[in-house]
Ligand binder design. Structure first.
Ligand code: GLA
Length: 388
């Protein structure tokens, strides 16, 4: 375990003890994630290439002597108090996630005793690096361990997706939760949402590195536009199936099948899906061939596809990509995650990292009067729960 994480564990343990006046017995740790390529493909059974990063949600836990569940989240005011079978109203948004986790867990398993939990996190919120998924995965993992449930990791990930669908009203895919649970340090993951399988490969890129630039733009439209894309692509699949009976799944659709679609907007949406999946294959090949220049090109192609065909970018993200392209030492980059704000992910020459930061942030500030942020990161192991 990294020094950084050891320090965080100590800090959260102390905070728990200060709040609840007892020692925690369990600690649950779940990371945020990046995604190199394969965006808006997961809910249509496509492909992605994520990794967990060294930003975490950490929860300390201890049983109580009664049946009450009390939870406190760092930097939020209210304590959540929940009792199975009693009505519950979330007064802060993080409580919706916890409520969902508790209720969904109890569909298959029993919470036999009350507990206290203290939640801490350093995953930037609303930035496309999956702070929500980290919270869900940390909570579901904790419940599984505390109450000896036997479901496997893929079921855990699916349970977390149910929280999004049923308690947040977002019909998201499995990318974020899967990466948070199943990543491996120093590796990227080739993730196939059709078979729900993955394989790891080394994320070593020599004299280059990955960098995030946060637009700090709140993703207000994200929820409704996200659902719109889910519906548009599902309707497109049906339309193609009606015209061509051999198409059973999204993954059967070829680029020429896209031409069967009548509406130009719907055609563009499906074009993004088909070409993005191909870019994931091509990126894997480019990594194998150690061709980072090609990886960079594919990132830019992905960005333009998300911007023009899928229409989930925004002017701040587009600005960052265009400006970064003029930086010597930049191989490629794109918007990352759900879109409409959040971060770009960029492939940069390692020795020029500071220079890049000094270049991009002032330019962004003068264009939008927003203080962006640049993050370097490590690729870390997926979630774990430990006895203390
Ligand atoms: C959000 C969703 C994911 C995925 C990405 C886009 O992060 O939660 O399921 O769809 O957007 O790739």
């Amino acid at each position: 375990m990294s020094e950084e994480l050891i320090k965080i564990k100590q800090e959260v343990t102390q905070k728990f003890t200060l709040k609840y006046n007892q020692k925690p017995s369990l600690i649950s740790i779940a990371p945020g994630r990046i995604n190199v390529i394969g965006e808006h493909t997961d809910y249509n059974f496509g492909l992605s290439m994520p990794a967990a990063i060294n930003r975490w949600v950490v929860i300390c836990f201890a049983f109580r002597d009664d049946n009450v569940i009390k939870m406190q989240a760092e930097s939020f005011q209210n304590e959540m108090v929940y009792e199975a079978g009693k009505p519950f109203e979330a007064t802060e948004s993080w409580m919706k996630f916890m409520h969902g986790a508790l209720e969904i867990f109890q569909r298959t398993d029993k919470i036999t005793k009350g507990f206290n939990a203290y939640i801490w996190g350093n995953v930037p919120l609303g930035s496309g690096v999956s702070s929500s998924a980290a919270l869900e995965v940390a909570t579901m993992g904790l419940l599984r361990k505390a109450f000896n449930a036997s479901f496997d990791d893929v079921t855990l990930v699916k349970n977390c997706q149910k929280i999004e669908h049923e308690y947040l009203g977002v019909k998201s895919g499995l990318l974020d939760q899967y990466a948070s649970q199943l990543s491996k340090a120093g590796n990227l993951m080739s993730l196939d949402f059709q078979s729900l399988t993955h394989n790891y490969f080394s994320a070593e890129i020599g004299e280059y590195c990955w960098v995030l630039v946060n637009t700090k733009v709140k993703r207000e439209l994200a929820g409704s536009k996200y659902s719109e894309r889910v519906e548009e692509t599902q309707a497109a699949l049906k339309e193609i199936q009606a015209a061509k009976s051999t198409v059973k799944h999204f993954r059967d659709i070829t680029i020429s099948d896209v031409e069967l679609l009548k509406n130009p907007t719907v055609k563009s949406r499906m074009k993004h899906f088909v070409t993005e999946d191909q870019r994931v294959f091509d990126t894997a090949d480019a990594f194998k061939a150690n061709n980072l220049k090609k990886v960079g090109q594919l990132l830019l192609e992905s960005h333009y596809s998300l911007k023009n065909d899928y229409e989930v970018s925004c002017q701040e993200l587009d600005f960052l990509v265009e400006k970064s392209k003029t930086f010597d030492g930049f191989l490629g980059g794109r918007m990352m995650g759900g879109g409409f704000g959040g971060c770009t992910i960029n492939l940069i020459q390692k020795s020029k990292l500071k220079e890049f930061e000094a270049f991009i942030l002032p330019a962004y500030k003068s264009a939008f009067n927003i203080d962006g942020e640049v993050y370097a990161f490590d690729m870390v192991d997926g979630a774990c729960v430990e006895n203390l």
